[in-house]
Each structure stands twice: as C-alpha cells, then as structure tokens.
Design a protein around this ligand. Structure first.
Ligand code: AMP
Ligand code: MG
Length: 356
C-alpha cells in the first residue's frame, strides 16, 4: 500500500483545477469548464443535494423533463428507504410487530438484501440492523439531542446475533425484524443506491457522458470531452483548505466516501462520530478520518467505504487487500493527515499537475 504524510504545507500548496462543490462534500468534480455542451441539473434529496453535469445525447433531450423524472425517482427512493420519514417502507418495517412480515417493493427488498450481503462479507462491521443504536447516539430520527448514552441504555439496544435480526422473503417481497428492539437503517448505502438508479435512468435517456454527485457519492459515465476523462478530487477530510488529497479519473465508475467529520458531536472534550462499530456499540475510536472507495457502481462503493471506516486502519487495509478494493484511507496524524491507498486505487490517481 502506498503511503504519504501530507503536511500542512502540502495541503495548502494549491492544486490547480479542482474546485469544491460544497463545504461538506468530500469529493468534488473538477470545474464545469471544459465540459463540452454541458447541461447541469441540481436538486435536494435525502437530506443533502445532488448535482448532475452531462453532455446531451445524440438524440434530442429535454433537460427539464429529465430533471422532473430524476426528482420523481429520488422521491420514490426516499419514500421507500428513508430512516427518517415516518411513512417510508423502512419505517413500516421498523414499527411492525416483531415476526410480522411487511410487504415491500422489490427495490426495498434488493437494498435490504445488499445490506445483509455486506454484513456477511464484513463479518458484522457493516450492520443494517443498527438503527436503534444510531438513534440512541442521537444520529437517528428519535432523539433530539446528541449525548453519550448510559451503559444501561446501551446494553438494552445491543443484541446478540444481529446477523439474524432481519429476514427477507421474495414472494411476495417482504421484510421482517425478529425482535422489537431491532430497527433497520439503510443510510450507509441508500445514497449509493440512489446514484445507481439515476445512472440507469440516464442510460434510458441515452445520456452517456455524465458526472453525478449525490451527497458525496459520485458516479461517472463516458467523458466530459473527447480528449479527457472525468476527474474528481478527493478532498481533505477536515479543515478549511480546499485542497484535495488526490485527484482520480473516473472511467464509467463510482467513488464513495465515508467520513467521521460529516456528523459528530462533542462531549467532555471528546468527539463522537455517526459511524458506529457494532462490536462495541460505540462510535469508532481509531484515528481514521475518512475512506474513499472506487467501484463499478455507487452502492458497492458506498457500502465498502462505510465498512472500511468501521474496520479501521489495520483491519480495513487487510480487508481492502483481501477483497481487491480500490480504497484510500485518510488518518489523523498529529495534526496532519496521513493518506494511504491500495494499488488498484493508485492506478486511478492522476498526477496533480497533469494539465489534461
Ligand atoms: P455513510 O455516510 O455511508 O458511511 O453512512 C453512515 C450512516 O450509516 C450513519 O449515519 C448511520 O445511519 C449508519 N451507520 C453507522 N454505523 C454503521 C455501520 N457500522 N453499519 C451500517 N450502517 C451504519
Ligand atoms: Mg456508505
């Protein structure tokens, strides 16, 4: 694995083409300039924003109609998968009596199944049955305040055998939780899934050259211009410097990021992040600040980024190697950020002075 420590000087040393989108986006696309005949669509969804830049397809396209369709699609995904909305399909699963099957859409079933597969693959580090714990730490819809929970309340929501906490059925599609305390939270992959759904819609509209960013989960198709690939900057995980850790090329690929700095609270001088380790029932405590993963689709990248961040610097690096993941790790290092990445990630990193 390649590794380098970025000093403050490196980080402030300017990086040419790369512009940030918004303060909380870890990943940002290189400036819109140079995207031939581009159109751009933006909107809000799932508590964040999305932005699409694309070249029009050969056949005629009404960007307004496409925008409306993307809006409908994202409202549909939210209505099914939101952990926050009381009327989502997920909320129906989470409030039904334990053991009772709740009929859901094929889409919800697919995302729940993908989350369960990731749970098995990760040995439980990724856990979609963690909703009650997420809530207890103040990162879910139920608690208004962030506070460290009492040991007693933590004991109450932690369940042995969480791998069996959620069951699925295909005909008709249905999901059930086994115990009253279990709450399904798909937030760690829902945005990646939404990005893939929009990508499929773009394909149906004949849009081949695009870059889509939904809350920091990105997916690109084709190229912004005939002579160059889409390039995206992996931003520094915290601080004010708008200087990227690196710039990667996205050739019909996705990149997802999970970061402790995105949601957190402070108590007694310590920071508690929204990324929870199911093994301890607590926010992660190792020094990793963020993980970015490149993959063919956004759901895979989103799930893998959260998984590696939970696993931490050593276990995460082993897992990435074992599973051939293209991953970047950014760790706290005495006020600086130490960056390391796997060989398959390295193959996509562009020299920052690359003029193309
Ligand atoms: P992401 O930004 O994709 O890493 O997703 C973070 C969100 O996933 C959190 O806000 C929680 O709702 C949820 N979450 C936290 N810890 C885990 C975990 N270990 N496995 C799965 N989901 C988690
Ligand atoms: Mg994720």
């Amino acid at each position: 694995m390649k590794e380098r420590v970025l000093t403050r000087r490196d980080l402030f040393a300017g990086a040419g083409c790369c512009a940030a989108l918004a303060p909380f986006f870890t990943l940002a696309a290189c400036g819109p300039e140079g995207v031939e005949d581009a159109f751009e669509l933006r909107g809000r969804t799932m508590g964040t924003t999305y932005r699409l830049r694309a070249r029009p397809p050969a056949r005629s396209l009404d960007p307004l109609a496409l925008h409306a369709e993307i809006g409908r699609l994202l409202r549909r995904v939210e209505a099914r998968l939101s952990f926050w909305r009381r009327d989502s399909e997920l909320a129906r699963i989470n409030t039904a009596a334990p053991g009772r099957w709740v009929e859901v859409s094929e889409e919800t079933l697919r995302v729940v199944a993908a989350a369960q597969a990731q749970q098995r693959l990760s040995g439980g580090a990724f856990d979609p049955a963690l909703g009650a714990l997420v809530d207890l730490w103040g990162f879910g819809p139920s608690r208004a305040e962030h506070a460290v929970p009492t040991p007693e309340s933590l004991e109450q929501v932690r369940e042995p055998g969480a791998a069996l906490a959620i069951e699925t059925r295909t005909q008709p599609p249905a999901v059930r939780r086994r115990q009253r305390g279990t709450r399904v939270d798909l937030s760690a992959i829902a945005q990646g899934h939404a990005v893939d759904e929009v990508a499929a819609l773009l394909a149906a509209y004949g849009v081949e050259d695009y870059l889509l960013d939904l809350g920091g989960e990105l997916r690109a198709g084709g190229r912004p211009a005939a002579d160059r690939p889409w390039r995206v900057a992996v931003e520094r995980p915290r601080g004010t410097a708008r200087v990227p850790l690196c710039v990667v090329r996205l050739d019909d690929a996705a990149i997802g990021t999970s970061g402790v700095y995105l949601k957190w609270f402070e108590q007694g001088g310590r920071r508690y992040s929204h990324i929870l380790d199911p093994r301890s029932g607590r926010p992660i405590e190792h020094g990793l600040l963020s993980v970015s993963v490149l993959a063919e689709d956004a759901l895979t990248a989103d799930a893998a980024a959260t998984t590696l961040l939970v696993l931490g610097p050593e276990e995460g690096a082993c897992f990435a190697r074992e599973h051939g993941l293209a991953a970047l790790f950014a760790a706290e290092d005495g006020g600086d950020v130490r960056v390391s990445w796997t060989p398959s990630f390295d193959a996509r990193v562009l020299p920052q002075e690359d003029p193309r």
